[in-house]
Design a protein around this ligand. Sequence first.
Ligand SMILES: [Ca+2]
Length: 105
Amino acid sequence: MKLFLRRASLAACLIMLIALSFAVLPSPASASDKDCADFATQRAAQTFFIKHGGPRYDPDRLDGDNDGIACEDNRCPCYYKKHLPRPSVYLVPDRGSGLTGFSRL
Ligand SMILES: [Ca+2]
């Protein structure tokens, strides 16, 4: 009987410790939650939004009206597309090296 009580007491302490850790420590989701005020511009918010699954997935609720555009009230520069811009490479004639060809800007 004593052994049973000791184990029950230990289990109760463990449960309380686990419950306390959830109550005291912030969850990872809430610690990384972003709001529109966290972004200096709408473009920054839209870029973050797209990189984190928007417009299909919006865990930070940056697109309250579900139109695919995050934080419309933030100041511009703005970016209203629903995909990230393609990285652009501009090729210009290479005149400085004496070699024929193109170089990147
Ligand atoms: Ca929106």
